[in-house]
Design a binder for this molecule. Structure first.
Ligand code: 2PG
Ligand code: MG
Length: 445
């Protein structure tokens, strides 16, 4: 591989989908035919895990304390000086350098938003200098498997797409954060997107007819006024049917409970229903939902500090549903290995800004695969036009992609990018479909 040494780095403040400041880095590398730039923009979460790497914010009064001038200063100063001349094509080496420069496990000195912006921008620049798509560059030659005629197959992910938003993304109107659909019955990515478009539209119509549509939530999902959490599940099944699909086999349900938002120390407070549950009662509630609704994936069913609850839920339901650790595992390889030893969860959510470099997140995916876990590359609730995560899902062959809803351009930019990749691959594209889901969900049988 031709080296692509870093010639310059520049970070600037840009704005995310919530109108908050974030870091964009531009890395320029020396390619064979001259200098080539690459850009990366860092997203931001709202329901964050306490073990995530640090998102460095300035504090103070300006923009609610959320400005990122310190992180930008770290990129333009210390980081730019340290990585000048380094080969951007050596992603692991570059990320190792960023980690060593920061010197803390949680990027608490430079900020994960500073390091990730550079990690992503360098990948884009190196790919562009090599003249290959980002997913190909990131896959490092293993992005596809050899198909007939020796061509590389391109694995398109199964999308998880939000229909109703709740929790921290919708003023806690309902306790559960993401009510999503997946289309295990679709034959290609484009068809999964078409089916979701119909369900999203049907869900909006349904809510309008009932006079219970209050707007859209942070990730573009409908923000409906439900009386109970289960009423949202019922409405989602109705929307799937109204759109003309068979719930379960064709279009199924994925939930992000985001239980760390309403639970701690084994006590969970469902504000909407004015009741308190312990871990076992929450597990019973969720098992009941699994029996009554075509649910194929549940993320963070218990809080991040409830590993034993996670393990009990996995023993009870892990054979029939995908159980995803997000706040629980924070894209961390060591936490994935610990969870696997405990039998807690069977899938990992992968969010680059939870760690601060692409390499660390790739290591978490490696640990997950070794443990037999499934994986889902995920956006954050505060997003931008950056589409890097689509290429991570394809290049690392993760199998699933979660980006938020089916509205607003920071979300649609990602779905549209995956459509382009599928079209470009043509007969070489392989849609992950139901096989990407952890275990073999009962809802599909
Ligand atoms: C999550 C994400 C995306 P946030 O919890 O999975 O839905 O939300 O970015 O706010 O953590
Ligand atoms: Mg989550």
């Amino acid at each position: 591989m031709l080296p692509t040494p870093i010639r310059s780095i520049h970070a600037r403040r840009v704005w995310d989908s919530r109108g908050r400041p974030t870091v964009e880095a531009e890395v320029t590398v020396q390619g064979a035919a001259g200098s080539v730039p690459g850009r990366g923009i860092v997203p931001a979460g709202a329901s964050t895990g306490s073990r995530e790497a640090l998102e460095l914010r300035d504090g103070g009064a300006r923009f609610g304390g959320l400005d990122v001038q310190r992180a930008i200063g770290h990129v333009n100063g210390e980081i730019a000086a340290a990585v000048h001349g380094f080969d951007a094509s050596d992603q692991a080496g570059l990320d190792g350098l960023l980690m060593a420069l920061d010197g803390t496990p949680g990027k608490t000195r430079l900020g994960a938003n500073a390091t990730l912006a550079v990690s992503m921008a360098a990948a884009h620049a190196a790919a562009a200098a090599r003249g290959v798509p980002l997913h190909h560059h990131l896959g490092g030659g293993e992005a596809g498997t050899a198909g007939e005629g020796g061509d590389l197959l391109l694995p398109l992910p199964l999308p998880q797409i939000q229909i109703f938003g709740g929790g921290a993304h919708a003023g806690r109107r309902v306790d559960i954060q993401d009510f999503m659909v997946v289309c295990p019955g679709a034959t290609c990515f484009a068809q999964a997107i078409e089916w979701t478009a119909e369900v999203y539209r049907a869900a909006g119509e349904l809510m309008r007819e009932r006079g219970s549509l209050a707007g859209v939530a942070d990730e573009g999902g409908w923000w409906p006024a439900f009386d109970t959490n289960e009423a949202a599940l019922q409405a989602l099944v109705q929307a799937i049917e109204r759109a003309g699909f068979v719930p379960g086999a064709q279009v199924a349900i994925a939930l992000d409970i985001a239980a760390s938002e309403f639970g701690r120390g084994g006590r969970y407070t469902l504000g909407l229903e004015r009741r308190q549950l312990d871990s076992d009662a929450l597990i019973e509630l969720l098992l009941g939902w699994l029996d009554r609704y075509p649910i194929v994936s549940i993320e963070d069913p218990l809080a991040e500090d409830d590993a034993q609850g996670f393990a009990r839920f996995t023993r009870a339901a892990g054979h029939r549903v995908q159980i995803v650790g997000d706040d629980f595992l924070v894209s961390d390889a060591a936490l994935v290995r610990e969870a696997a030893a405990l039998g807690a969860a069977n899938a990992v959510l992968l969010k680059p800004n939870q760690r601060g470099t692409l390499t660390e997140v790739r290591q978490a995916w490696g640990a997950a695969r070794d443990a037999g876990y499934a994986g889902i590359v995920s956006a954050r609730s505060g997003e931008t036009e950056d589409v890097t995560i689509v290429h991570l899902a394809v290049g690392w062959r993760v199998g699933q992609l979660k980006v938020g809803s089916f509205a607003r351009s920071e979300r649609m930019a990602k779905w549209n990018e995956a459509l382009r990749l599928e079209e470009a691959a043509g007969a070489r594209s392989r849609f992950a479909g139901a096989s990407a889901l952890g275990r073999s969900p009962a809802a599909l049988r």
